[in-house]
Write a protein that binds this ligand. Sequence first.
Ligand code: 3PG
Length: 214
Amino acid sequence: MSPIEHKQQQVEATLKLAPVVPVVIIDDAKAAVPMARALVAGGTPAIEVTLRTPAALEAIRAIAAEVEGAVVGVGTVLTPKDLHAAQQAGARFAVSPGVSPKLLDAADDSELPLLPGTATASEVMHLLERGYRFLKFFPAVPAGGHKLIGAWASPLPQVRFCPTGGISLANAHDFLGLPNVVCVGGSWLTPADKLKAGDWAGIEQLAREAKALR
Ligand code: 3PG
């Protein structure tokens, strides 16, 4: 099996853990472990911690080391340096909002599986050429929503998407019902107010509702 196919199979297994991948923006690394325990308890164990705050890498390290059952990934990966830092911190998968040649080359050289972002058929074709079958569709709702992904099912049947961006409990069904959607991503499971208040029971409940989507 080629290295990229091996990583694609790892991504597939991760994306199939639950219908929703929580996308986390974390300000306080101390919140990481109880938050991740709540997400695992609620049934959404694949967790994307975005590199949008100074606390992100420490949060990934803590979840990787301390939270049994969590599969922690890194989001908002823009550069080869981001990929490397996330791998060192213990991330098990990486997610990018789009792609660049430098990032794809670095991903080829890395053992960390990448879920690259796409918003056009040309980007999808480019990533297919590089061996990717599992892609993030971003930003899902502004870029065309479930109708755009649905329209790709016939000409691009070999691709599976994780749409992210503008998805909530209210519209997740529109995406999860499509044959080419494996799961969705969203930040609604870990809202800033609940993280700040340490409302882990509330986050667990949001995860439970998300898990029940499928
Ligand atoms: C992402 O990082 O993929 C998105 O910002 C998450 O989008 P959402 O906040 O609309 O769920």
